[in-house]
Design a binder for this molecule. Structure first.
Ligand SMILES: *Cc1c(COP(=O)(O)O)cnc(C)c1O
Length: 238
């Protein structure tokens, strides 16, 4: 068995086991394969065994892959920081954007989403660990942003996303996850389209599932280590 195939089977299995342990239906948890800095060949191998959702961090790199693969079965998720000058690319080509964290970006995504397309699915990024360097809004500011963006007809608000702080102390991140889960459940009560909590990366799959994640964003455990410096060499200006 090839490596990416092997890794996918392992993660699907881990997701199923963990979901059942928590009394959750494994079908309600989507695996997003984070393919940033990984090749078309790698993505094709994942597709060949039934992995159809992919996450990309860089607009141009993602759009190139979307065009090359040109497969209507695939769903493409933008999970990087949205720069204003890239918002058009994101809005025109991606099915989802996980990183809406201000009114301005929401407004641009709405503006550029064509009426021939379904509305773009968006998640609001929450800065759950109060890190100054991290994107995302504070939970306190969530109701206001939700209210403002819920009027945009070309956006469909599906839920929340967070990138927790890397911590050696597991308890603190578990507490942060639980605060997020609570906010997500509240939002779900108020907005019927909300069904997605994008949480959990290679290092914290189990904690994320315990805390109600419905979408895991996994890169390294599927595709192996990324070559950051290669990307910087080949795609300047991103
Ligand atoms: C790169 C990235 C991931 C995947 O991280 P891994 O540790 O490689 O699994 C998930 N989410 C975001 C926002 C990322 O940028």
């Amino acid at each position: 068995m090839k490596l990416i195939t092997y890794n996918l089977y392992n993660i699907w299995n881990q997701m199923t086991v963990m979901a059942e342990k928590c009394g959750r239906n494994p079908q309600n948890i989507t695996l997003l394969a984070v393919s940033k800095n990984h090749s078309i060949t790698a993505i094709k191998e994942a597709v060949s065994v039934g992995q159809y959702s992919f996450g990309e961090n860089y607009a141009q790199e993602g759009v190139e892959k979307i065009k090359i693969l040109d497969n209507p079965l695939l769903s493409w998720h933008f999970i990087g920081r949205v720069q204003s000058n890239k918002s058009r690319l994101v809005s025109e080509y991606f099915d989802w954007c996980h990183t809406v964290s201000c009114f301005r970006i929401a407004q641009l995504l709405n503006k550029y989403r064509s009426c021939d397309q379904k509305p773009i699915n968006v998640l609001i990024q929450i800065n759950i660990s109060y890190e100054e360097t991290k994107a995302g809004i504070l939970l306190e500011d969530l109701p206001e942003l939700v209210r403002k963006i819920s009027y945009f007809p070309r956006l469909k608000l599906r839920g929340l996303m967070a990138i927790p702080k890397e911590s050696k102390n597991n308890n603190s991140s578990l507490m942060e996850y639980q605060r997020l889960e609570k906010a997500f459940n509240q939002l779900k009560d108020d907005y019927p389209d909300v069904d997605t909590l994008s949480l959990g990366m290679s290092g914290d799959i189990n904690d994320a599932i315990i805390c109600g994640s419905t979408m895991l964003r996994i890169g390294t455990s599927i595709f192996g280590k990324r070559h950051q410096s290669d990307r910087e060499l080949h795609l300047p200006g991103q």
